[in-house]
Design a protein around this ligand. Structure first.
Ligand code: NI
Length: 398
């Protein structure tokens, strides 16, 4: 069956490339994926999927659809994110973005097309599938604060789901390779803000004031000891300060200083332990310098942790379908993904579909205005999604 799926995926290549180009030309920002959702709905309805739900998070964005609802047996979910980014495309291509300031610069256009390709195959072999499939076309992966995944989970899209898989096109992995990894594959991302309150005064009379800037500066340098002295060196953490705000003139000691930064971790335990460490160091410094400090955390995305069994299953699907040569170990990425939310609820696996090809100019960084995709890899992605679904359901059904 995997060979058949692969052949069917190869046949989908040119149609899904066209569809990918359509989505690329018509990008929509997070929670505004209205036309995208409509286009997906049109195709998915024709394929005979049932229980089609659209419009999540109080918007008209996002779609889920089920196959083989009447069947007993496990349910596997396949997820594609569908949103674009706020930047202006610089690629000179026939299917360039038609919307200034909006661009599919992360490959979600390809994810959408590949999941439609996989859906086409799965609907064609549905009688042979020993279980059920749910498609999740997810809006707003790039939003950060109102995650599409978290919102959809809150609205029940994982109800009845036994496992979930998703993939990301990846330009630093060469075309023809697929990267797998069990355990953490992408970092958590959270942002924080520290306010240091002192007492303002004349720049010439520091003794009559309480200077918050010197305390804030000490917090900046000492905070790095959270990473260098309190975290296992083999455990990867990044703590960056991106913004400092304080004062209005050279001869005034300001009332307060504000620091903003972000933190990335690669294990859920470390992520949970970080705020206490930062707060303790910050408070200690502020108290010693007669200031008052507060720390506020805003959680963005959790660590994406791949289930070991499912990752092995995805890897062996790739080996059987596409050959040992296409498989490599994925790097641990310090970027983050809201696929992580699914993995917190059900076993999940997320893998990287390489699309980097220097000659074709498809090795530019994600989120850059020159990001583009090697469309020749789409059939592998389509085969992987459909193949994984089939393999999971068959193994479970044994
Ligand atoms: Ni992305």
């Amino acid at each position: 069956m995997l060979n058949k799926i692969r052949e069917l995926a190869d046949k989908q290549g040119s149609r899904m490339t066209e569809l990918r180009h359509y989505f690329h030309s018509n990008p929509e920002l997070s929670w505004q994926e209205v036309e995208t959702t409509r286009k997906i709905a049109e195709i998915i309805e024709e394929l005979g999927f049932e229980n089609i739900r659209t419009g999540f998070g109080g918007t008209e964005s996002g779609l889920t659809a089920d196959l083989n609802l009447e069947k007993e047996g496990p349910m596997v979910a396949l997820r594609a994110d569908i949103d674009a980014l706020p930047l202006t495309e610089e690629n000179d291509i026939p299917y360039r973005s038609t919307r200034d300031g909006v661009m599919h610069a992360c490959g979600h256009d390809a994810h959408t097309a590949m999941l439609i390709g996989a859906a086409t195959i799965l609907s064609g072999i549905k009688d042979d599938l020993p279980g059920r499939v749910r498609l999740i076309f997810q809006p707003a992966e790039e939003h950060g604060l109102k995650s599409g995944a978290e919102t959809m989970i809150g609205e029940g899209v994982l109800d009845g789901v036994d496992a979930i898989a998703g993939l990301h096109i990846w330009s630093s992995v060469p075309s023809g390779k697929i990267g797998f990894r069990s355990g953490p594959i992408m970092a958590s991302a959270d942002v924080w803000e520290i306010t240091v309150k002192g007492k303002g005064g004349h720049g010439s009379m520091p003794h009559n004031a309480i200077d918050p800037t010197i305390a804030a500066a000490t917090v900046i340098t000492t905070m790095q000891t959270v990473v260098s002295r309190e975290i296992d060196p083999q455990d990867t953490v990044v703590l960056s300060i991106g913004q400092i705000e304080s004062g209005t003139a050279a001869n005034i000691i300001p009332e307060s200083a504000t620091l903003k930064g972000n933190i990335r971790t690669t294990s859920p335990e470390t992520r949970a332990a970080i705020p206490e460490k930062m707060e303790r160091i910050m408070k200690g410094i502020c108290t010693a310098m007669r200031c008052e400090g507060t720390l506020r955390f805003t959680n963005i995305y959790p660590v994406t942790v791949n289930d070991e069994n499912l990752s092995d299953l995805a890897r062996s699907t790739a080996v059987e379908m596409l050959g040992e040569n296409c498989v490599e170990k994925a790097p641990l990425l310090m970027g983050s993904e809201d696929f992580s939310y699914y993995g917190e609820k059900v076993p999940g696996t997320f893998f990287l579909l390489g699309c980097g090809n220097k000659e074709k100019g498809t090795n530019n960084q994600h989120h850059s205005p020159r990001f583009n995709i090697d469309d020749d890899v789409l059939p592998s992605g389509i085969a992987m999604l459909a193949g994984f679904a089939w393999k999971f359901l068959s193994e479970q059904g044994k």
